[in-house]
Ligand binder design. Sequence first.
Ligand code: ZN
Length: 271
Amino acid sequence: MTKDFERAFAFPSGGVLRRRAETGTLNQAYILPLPADHNLFTALAASALCSAPDRRPCGICPHCRKVISGSHPDFRRFAPEKDKRIFPVSLARDLREEAWILPNEAERKVFLLEAADTMNGAAQNALLKILEEPPAGTLFLLQCENPGRFLETIRSRCTVVQTEAEAASSGQEEAASEYLDLVLGNSPAELARFLQKTEKLPRPELAAFLGEAKRQAVSRLPRASRSDALRLHKTQALLARAERFFDANVSGGHIAGLLLSGGAEMRNQID
Ligand SMILES: [Zn+2]
């Protein structure tokens, strides 16, 4: 697999998607909240059309090469016209007709639907008809901004792939909540132990932890006592500083150190 494909599959659901892509067991349709030019679309299309016996996409067979150069006749992009913000029902109908025409060179077709979440109800229903009875082996990639805009009937026929940020932050909600409990609690030793774990987090998780803790600090404010509110304000500022450190590529150990010394300083000031 080439470097670009390696990077494309570094997506959080990449583990599952990659295994399925490599072994030719991709599902029929995916909803992907990603920019339309993301490498993952090319990687998935190449996997589906690649002629290698396993470890697809190989990146070197004629199918892979054509997908990469954007010239594979069986990898079809359907997108709203430029400056039009809606994926029109006529285009969804064209897609339906085309899906039933046999592939040109590969064993199947791959359809990439750009801005698919801008379809109105009629367009989504036209798409639904094809998703309900698709030609065997066809792969549909629904590129979108917001998977919540699809009808439930569409979503239930697709695999919704989580976004990078969602996947990273979903694991950090509890950690952020525990951190704030410790900041407001009375055990500096426990806070120190907690932050020792934090410094070992991989960087995407650390970024998600900082962002999530900052968000939760703000959301706790309305219900906080005066002294807690003061701590939450200071903690929020501390987390913002930690985020700036993070952006400057400072190590996890130093960031945890900042949170620890900032916490102790705050305790001395407020208590
Ligand atoms: Zn190939």
